[in-house]
Write a protein that binds this ligand. Structure first.
Ligand code: 9MR
Length: 585
């Protein structure tokens, strides 16, 4: 079989499970169906059919033909031939997703702050590094910010050593830490009967400690979030007003129990910067209600999960969650101060979803009727879900918890499941409008769009669990297929997986593209992916106004709005790859 230079059919580059949908897309200008064949390792045709012309597809900018070879279910290696073009070899195997799930989880180990990263856990000596920020005892930003607001600082220090670095930068943000941690804790919780990473299954220093490896990893971040809580009785100056852009502040507010929004460098560090060599000043930034509710939600979830495994830790989490929740009710509209350099904003003007999420988590943990009443009074409780989760849109995380976990009455559980299935139905309907047959028909690709696909895959997988209907699981596979190569760039957005993997993420340590002494990314790291909305630096500037949405991407370390990696993007990759690893039919 001779492969040609023309782009072959686009498909998931790691292959398929025997029992789920198998689709490929061919970009081709004609409108008459074309014959295709699936060819096995011995060169025999095992399936054939005709492409289904879709016509022009706005998201890719292509005229496309769809190919469905789902009926090929025998494990083996294959190629797909169509229009004189032959694909790379791909596999059909029951364990297609397992190596991806493992590698994607290992990203969190590699992002750990405050501890040396060891070659034997990191996959090789090139990824070993000395501890970054090994003793992070810090105090609050003091002085004038970019908006001219004066911050008095605080009279205490916090030991916030540990946690995960957020992304390609080395900031640690409570808001984004919250959704990433929730996602991994949820992966444990919905699989408590058959944990995806039992003790000893992951490459971790804690493996063998008789604690589930996924919980070892989540505890690393949970401890950090707990440390970000403002001590009791502390009166602080807090930002006032939407977007926290100042210059107004409220002085002398009882901030005890709130969470600082972030701990980060005063100024942006250059790329590359080995975390152990970061000499920039590190500071706590003012507390925000959003961070406080992220702490309340994840700590409540922690309290549930750890009960019976480590009761002392569960109690610590529960106490912190209650304190954070009360602090958020006392200070409900403290929007994150934004006028700083050196770190990202994670600013959010609508905190009703954060409140809903935290209330749902605390209710699921405690069963307190007051919390159920509070939930039922919120408009979000009866409203349809807005969409897949993101760091600033978290109501759906609360709904997932009500649907799957904790002390929730059957009617409450059923209503939450119905909302999630209705959301999944919207994603399934979108497939018919997508040339690449994706559960995402829009043409606005936001910063981190890979995570929109992965989070949709999570919602679809939950709907598959609740209903047993195969169409949801197949649509979840479609979402994963996009991330792993079924896209017009024929790009696997995950490092180390596929014939055209991510190579040059925006990252201060995996900066091989800029400095040959630095490593490239370890396997299992997902790029933010196509972004059709913002082109803030020179590497992507040439794309602006010239790319179809799915083509707005470049594998360049400088392209931070297109090619960064982040904990809230890798977390749903772990979730979905783990889910697709399990047999459910
Ligand atoms: O993921 C965030 C995205 O939704 C925002 O549009 C963008 C700009 O504010 O910031 C992204 O988050 C970045 C954070 O601010 C700093 N660390 C890296 C994150 C991923 O790029």
């Amino acid at each position: 079989i001779g492969a040609t230079d023309a782009p072959g059919p686009h498909l998931n580059q790691i292959g398929f499970r025997p029992d789920t949908a198998k689709r490929a897309i061919l970009a081709h200008d004609g409108t008459t169906p074309l014959p295709w064949q699936v060819i096995d390792a011995d060169g025999r045709t095992v399936a054939e059919g005709q492409t289904v012309p879709f016509g022009p597809d706005a998201a890719s900018g292509d005229m496309v033909h769809q190919i469905d070879f789902s009926r090929v279910a025998t494990p083996g290696t294959y190629r797909l031939r169509v229009d004189g073009r032959t694909s790379h070899v791909f596999a059909i195997a029951a364990d297609t997703y397992r190596p991806l799930a493992r590698a994607a989880l290992n990203f969190f180990y590699q992002q750990r702050a405050g501890t040396p990263i060891e070659a034997r856990f990191a996959g090789g000596p090139q990824w070993a590094r000395a501890a970054g920020h090994p003793r992070e005892v810090v105090t609050c930003f003091k002085g004038r910010d970019l908006a001219g607001t004066d911050w008095p600082g605080c009279s205490y220090t916090r030991d916030v050593t540990g946690g995960w670095y957020d992304a390609g930068d080395q900031g640690k943000y409570v808001v984004n830490g919250g959704i990433a941690l929730w996602t991994l804790q949820n992966l444990y919780e919905v699989n408590a009967a058959a944990p995806p990473f039992p003790d000893g299954s992951a490459a971790l220093p804690e493996a063998g400690n008789r604690i589930d490896d996924l919980l070892d990893e989540t505890r690393w971040e949970m401890r950090f979030l707990l440390a970000m809580q403002v001590p009791d009785g502390q009166h602080l100056t807090l930002p006032l007003g939407r977007q926290g852009r100042g210059p107004l502040t409220l002085t002398d507010v009882d901030a005890g129990g709130m969470a600082h929004h972030k701990i980060a460098d005063r100024n942006w560090t250059k790329i590359p910067t080995n975390p152990a060599e970061d000499r920039e000043e590190r500071l706590l930034y003012p507390p925000s209600t959003a961070a406080t509710l992220n702490l309340a939600a994840t700590a409540a979830q922690c309290a549930r999960i750890w009960r019976g495994i480590d009761d002392a830790f569960a109690n610590t989490c529960l106490a912190a969650a209650g304190k954070a929740y009360r602090a958020a009710l006392r200070n409900p509209d403290v929007y994150a101060a934004q006028a700083f350099t050196g770190s990202g904003g994670y600013g959010d003007n609508d905190l009703s979803d954060e409140l809903y999420w935290a209330t749902a988590e605390l209710f699921a943990t405690t069963g307190m009727p007051e919390l159920a009443e509070a939930l039922h009074r919120m408009p979000l409780h009866t409203a349809p879900l807005a969409g897949e989760p993101s760091w600033g849109s978290v109501a759906v995380l609360g709904t997932i918890t009500l649907a799957t976990a904790g002390r929730v009455m059957p009617e409450e559980r059923a209503a939450a499941r119905a909302k999630l299935v209705a959301l999944a139905d919207r994603f399934v309907v979108e497939e018919a409008r997508s040339g690449y047959h994706l559960p995402y028909a829009g043409t606005a690709y936001p910063w981190g769009s890979s995570s929109n696909f992965l989070n949709r895959g999570m919602i679809l997988s939950l709907a598959a669990r609740f209903t047993g209907a195969a169409r949801y699981r197949d649509a979840a596979v479609d979402a994963m297929d996009y991330v792993l190569g079924r896209n017009p760039l024929d790009q696997s957005y995950v490092s180390g997986f596929g014939w055209k993997p991510l190579r040059n993420p925006h990252h201060r340590f995996w900066a091989h593209q800029m400095d040959a002494r630095m490593p490239g990314p370890p396997p299992g790291v997902v790029s933010g992916g196509a972004n059709s909305l913002s082109f803030p630096e020179s590497a992507s500037a040439a794309l602006k106004g010239r790319c179809a949405p799915q083509r707005c991407w470049t594998d360049d370390i400088r392209a931070y709005a297109h090619n960064e990696v982040a904990i809230n993007w890798n977390a749903p990759l772990v979730w979905l790859a783990s889910e697709l690893s399990a047999s459910r039919r």
